[in-house]
Design a protein. Structure first.
Length: 270
C-alpha cells in the first residue's frame, strides 16, 4: 500500500508539479531581463514582481491552512524563489530607471538598441529630411529661408545637415541666405552664421554677397563689410571670430563714400 501511494504521489509530481515549476522558473528567467529592457516603454516590472509575491503568498497560505494534500511543498518553494527573483530584479531595475534599467546601465549595446527603438517610436530618424517632415517642414529652399528668418536653429541645422545650399537654388535670388542674415540681422544671427561655417560654408566668399557681381565696385567685398555697413557691430565681431577678413572693408567703404558724394548710390545700400 505504501509503495502504491509512493508511486502515485511520484506520478502526480512528475505529471503536474514538475512541469509547473519548470514553466515558472523558465518564465522568471526570461521575463526579468525582458521587462528590464522594455522599462523605457512599459515600466511595469514592479507590478509583475508584486503579482509574483501575491501568488507566492496565496500558495503559502493554502499550504499552511490546507496541509500537504491541498498544496505540494515544491510548488510553494518554487513560487517563493520566483517571487524573490522578481523582487530583486525589480529593485535592481528601478535603481537604474533613469538609464533605462539595469541592462542599459551596464551594457552599451543594450542602451543603443533602446535608443534606436525610442527614436523609431517617437518618429525620429538620422535622415534630416525625415526629421524636417516630423516637425512639419518641407525640404524646400523657401522653407529654409523661412526657418532662417524666424531664427529656428534646429530646422536650420537640419537643412544644412541634409545638404541644402545657402545660395537658395531655384529661388532666383542673387544674394545668399548668410547675406540676408547679416544685412537684416535675423534672430540668432551669430548662431546661424556659426552653423553655416560648421557645415562648410565659406563665409569669406564674395559670391555670398552677390552671385552675379562679386568684386564689383558697388558690391561689398564680403559679409563683414555688409555687417559694418549695417552698423551691426555684434555680427561684425562674430564674423571676425569666424575667420572673415576685415582688411578689404576700409578701402571699399572709402570708395563707396566717394561715389555717394558724387551722386552714385552703392547697390548694397538700396
Amino acid at each position: 500500500m505504501k509503495t502504491q501511494t509512493y508511486v502515485e504521489g511520484g506520478r502526480w509530481v512528475t505529471d503536474h508539479i514538475g512541469p509547473i515549476n519548470a514553466v515558472m522558473t523558465i518564465s522568471t528567467a526570461i521575463l526579468i531581463p525582458v521587462l528590464d529592457f522594455v522599462r523605457p516603454f512599459f515600466p511595469y516590472i514592479n507590478y509583475v514582481a508584486g503579482f509574483a509575491v501575491l501568488v507566492f503568498a496565496v500558495l503559502l497560505a493554502t499550504r499552511l491552512i490546507g496541509g500537504q494534500k491541498r498544496m505540494h511543498g515544491s510548488l510553494v518553494v518554487c513560487a517563493g524563489l520566483c517571487a524573490g527573483a522578481f523582487s530583486f530584479g525589480a529593485i535592481a531595475s528601478s535603481r537604474h530607471a533613469e538609464q533605462g534599467g539595469l541592462g542599459a546601465a551596464n551594457v552599451q549595446w543594450v542602451a543603443n538598441v533602446q535608443k534606436l527603438l525610442l527614436d523609431i517610436k517617437n518618429g525620429k530618424s538620422d535622415d534630416p529630411r525625415v526629421e524636417l517632415n516630423n516637425i512639419g517642414m518641407k525640404w524646400d529652399p523657401y522653407e529654409f529661408a523661412k526657418a532662417s528668418r524666424m531664427g529656428d536653429l534646429r530646422a536650420i541645422e537640419l537643412f544644412l545637415r541634409g545638404g541644402m545650399g545657402v545660395t537658395m537654388p531655384g529661388t532666383g535670388m542673387d544674394v545668399s541666405l548668410p547675406y540676408l542674415v547679416v544685412k537684416d540681422d535675423y534672430p540668432n544671427a551669430v548662431e546661424q552664421l556659426t552653423l553655416f561655417k560648421k557645415y562648410g560654408v565659406n563665409l569669406s566668399d564674395p559670391s555670398l554677397v552677390s552671385r552675379s557681381h562679386p568684386g564689383a565696385p558697388d558690391t561689398p567685398p564680403n559679409l563683414y563689410a555688409v555687417a559694418k555697413d549695417a552698423k551691426n557691430e555684434k555680427v561684425a565681431g562674430a564674423l571676425i571670430s569666424l575667420g572673415v577678413a576685415t582688411d578689404s572693408y576700409p578701402g571699399w567703404h572709402a570708395g563707396a563714400e566717394e561715389r555717394r558724394k558724387r551722386g552714385g548710390v552703392p547697390a548694397a545700400w538700396l
